[in-house]
Design a protein around this ligand. Sequence first.
Ligand SMILES: NC(=O)c1ccc[n+]([C@@H]2O[C@H](COP(=O)([O-])OP(=O)(O)OC[C@H]3O[C@@H](n4cnc5c(N)ncnc54)[C@H](O)[C@@H]3O)[C@@H](O)[C@H]2O)c1
Length: 252
Amino acid sequence: MTSTHAIYPDLAGKVVAVTGGASGIGAAIVTAFHNQGAHVVFFDKDELAGAALAESLGNRVHFRALDLTDIEALTNRFAETAAMVGDFDVLVNNAARDDRHEIASVTPAYWREQLAVNLDHQFFSTQAVIPGMRKKGAGAIVNMSSIAWRVGLESAPAYVASKAAIEGLTHSLARELGPAGIRVNCLLPGFVRTQRQVDNWLTPEFEQRIKSSQCLTSFIEPEDIAEMVIMLTSDASRAVTNQTLVVDAGWT
Ligand SMILES: NC(=O)c1ccc[n+]([C@@H]2O[C@H](COP(=O)([O-])OP(=O)(O)OC[C@H]3O[C@@H](n4cnc5c(N)ncnc54)[C@H](O)[C@@H]3O)[C@@H](O)[C@H]2O)c1
């Protein structure tokens, strides 16, 4: 155990699925569950980064190479994996790609591709884990949205529309799955200092906007989001479902 953060004993031995776990926030989530003593399976299309992370963490962490926009492959991969490691107790729907796009250049095919990478798989990953969670009579699902849709991030309408839909999806699933003991919550990060954000969007001007928009002036790090995911999936939050947790350092 290397974590200096809270340990939730109920998470030890749990079987956890994380999508998009090879880098950024997902990698911090995979690491945090590993530090809790859970068995973690993460699905990502980045084979190099995925294999390296799994190797660095050891034998309770399994990487499955998968393009989550291929729904048939997703369904099969989740089923094969559950047959090997056991039914999932926890699902974190994290994968996304926050590409920017100008309104005039968006074609129907591009729009569909954006919704496929940012929205569709959250539903189908959930569909895949529900039978196992029903058998257990318990489960915790966290859907990763973003404050992008609440603050109206420009130049990314398909990404922003997907992130808004995820909050609606969460409410529908939480209502339907509650009687089976399955909790579904939604997390809205603000700007999180991942490598992709630093490489692509963190200009001095944007840094200034972040600092003036947040109440807290320090950057949010991937580990800050991971800690909230851990809390939302442990029994510490056993009465919490159908909720949205905003982790944005007080962005207004
Ligand atoms: N970083 C931020 O500032 C921020 C802010 C708000 C919300 N979020 C949300 O947090 C989540 C994680 O974001 P991040 O910043 O860590 O992103 P990231 O780009 O750093 O990591 C995303 C991961 O998803 C994987 N992925 C992308 N498309 C995939 C596909 N088709 N199949 C399989 N894997 C795929 C990537 O390979 C990568 O490992 C996302 O849902 C994002 O919308 C991030």
